[in-house]
Design a protein around this ligand. Structure first.
Ligand SMILES: Cc1cc2nc3c(=O)[nH]c(=O)nc-3n(C[C@H](O)[C@H](O)[C@H](O)COP(=O)(O)OP(=O)(O)OC[C@H]3O[C@@H](n4cnc5c(N)ncnc54)[C@H](O)[C@@H]3O)c2cc1C
Length: 403
């Protein structure tokens, strides 16, 4: 039986696909693989487009380990099973009067899969989903359950928590995650269409005055779609009204877990890098010039610019710096490789760190310079998985570990 990811760009045939129902079954799978000198790779919803889940051993799908386990509204935390889909999580948290702080563009991912690659939304004061992980449990490469963060009475600075928050399924298989959550709240979404020049002129004010703001730039028309999300009553007065081409495209109000995510049914490939925040949008301006000069005729989709608050996770691409992200999107039916590879060096010039779940070409040699805790993460990985049963060829190259 083969396994194929969401976009169709990663396809392989594992030895087996296992769907454990509880921690003991996960531990048994790990011990069995170890005894056979085989490997395992955990998967969530398969929305990543790098070969991080490839194995000829066992693919471990956590889809049967789903749902909210416990929540404390007063203390602001919730404990969830790893395979819980983000959409279900939103609905279940709402029953306790709680909500995630932020979400990405869609809610199809599992919580464990989403945090493992540092999935993020947009907002200068809103961290990625991994930064809301305050504890949890995982089954390590020896088949033992290991608790971390608040689940092990460790503080937020503890290295094991900071390693686990973004860990690419390389430390073990999460069997639960404890998340910092907020009081349930509504958001008011406004999507504006305007000219990119207006966004460039007003960007600093737009990111500063909105709880969450991002924009799409459409290379063929030079128009932009600005998406602003605020709590009702806290919206800034700033709008592009009255500017050439501007119009309010959509406006909705509702619970945050319904308002933030969008429906995406057309498969696409994406390359997204996280760069130090720059209100002048210097890197974006260079990307735009390059696309206009060389790729405009072939680019079917748009370029997305978002922001992320800094965090402390060892492999978070927003670690230690206010961050902006620039993503190239291209339909899977169109060529993307030459386009992505031509733009990628611009990101490198600005110290960009790639999204772990999206297309990029960096390996350990370059990545080690971008992450101050690179060696710390690798040390913890070796402690938790001494026989490297969670590694595959791609992760060996990515993390610079000998096979
Ligand atoms: C349509 C679409 C929209 C997207 N939107 C955004 C966005 O807005 N923002 C953003 O940042 N990203 C976005 N992404 C990327 C996506 O969020 C990430 O690739 C995410 O990791 C996918 O989650 P998943 O559940 O599909 O996990 P998978 O892709 O299946 O796995 C991701 C990683 O998690 C690991 N993993 C899964 N379960 C476990 C477990 N139980 N224990 C340990 N490791 C585990 C896997 O081994 C793998 O390394 C998008 C992708 C698509 C296709």
């Amino acid at each position: 039986m083969s396994y194929t990811n969401w976009s169709g760009s990663v396809s392989f045939t594992p030895g087996e696909i296992a769907r454990p129902r509880n921690t003991s079954q996960v531990a048994r799978l790990v011990k069995k693989a170890r005894a056979r000198d085989s490997t395992l790779r955990p998967v969530g919803s398969g929305h990543s487009s790098m070969p991080i889940f490839v194995t000829d051993g066992t693919v471990v799908s956590l889809e049967r380990m789903s749902g909210l386990m416990a929540a404390d509204a007063d203390a602001g935390w919730a404990r969830v099973r790893p395979g819980t889909g983000l959409r279900d999580l939103g609905e279940q948290l709402a029953q306790y009067g709680l909500a995630m702080e932020n979400l990405g563009d869609v809610d199809y991912q599992s919580i464990a899969g989403a945090v493992s690659t540092g999935t993020h939304g947009s907002g200068m004061t809103l961290g990625n989903l991994s930064s809301t992980v305050i504890g949890g449990t995982l089954v390590n490469g020896l088949g033992e359950e290991v608790a971390f963060g608040v689940d092990a009475s460790q503080g937020e600075q503890h290295d094991l928590l900071r390693a686990a928050q973004v860990s690419l399924g390389a430390l073990g298989i999460f069997t639960s995650l404890t998340l910092r959550v907020e009081e349930a709240h509504h958001l008011h979404r406004q999507n504006w269409i305007t000219h990119i020049d207006w966004v460039l002129e007003n960007y600093a004010e737009l990111v500063e005055s909105n709880r969450s703001m991002d924009f799409y730039w459409y290379p063929r028309s030079d128009l932009a779609q600005i998406r602003m999300l605020n709590k009702p009553g806290e919206e800034p007065v700033l709008t592009p009204e009255g500017q050439p081409h501007s119009r309010l495209k959509t406006e909705t109000v509702g619970p945050n877990y319904q308002i933030i995510p969008n429906d995406r049914h057309l498969p696409f490939e994406e390359m997204e890098y996280m760069l130090p925040f720059d209100q002048e949008l210097t890197a974006f301006r260079q990307v735009r010039e390059r696309i206009k000069a060389k790729h405009r005729a072939q680019v079917g989709w748009r370029v997305l610019v978002r922001t992320i608050a800094p965090d402390q996770a060892m492999l978070s691409n927003a670690q230690g710096r206010p961050t902006m992200t620039i993503a190239l999107l291209q339909n899977t039916t169109l060529p993307y490789q030459e386009y992505f590879e031509d733009i990628e060096p611009i990101y490198w010039e600005f110290g960009g760190r790639p999204h772990w779940g999206k297309k990029h070409r960096l390996t350990a040699y370059e990545l080690a310079r971008l992450y101050p805790d690179w060696d710390g993460f690798r040390r913890i990985r070796r402690q938790l998985d001494p026989d490297s049963i969670f590694m595959n060829d791609y992760l060996h190259e990515l993390l610079g570990e000998e096979s």
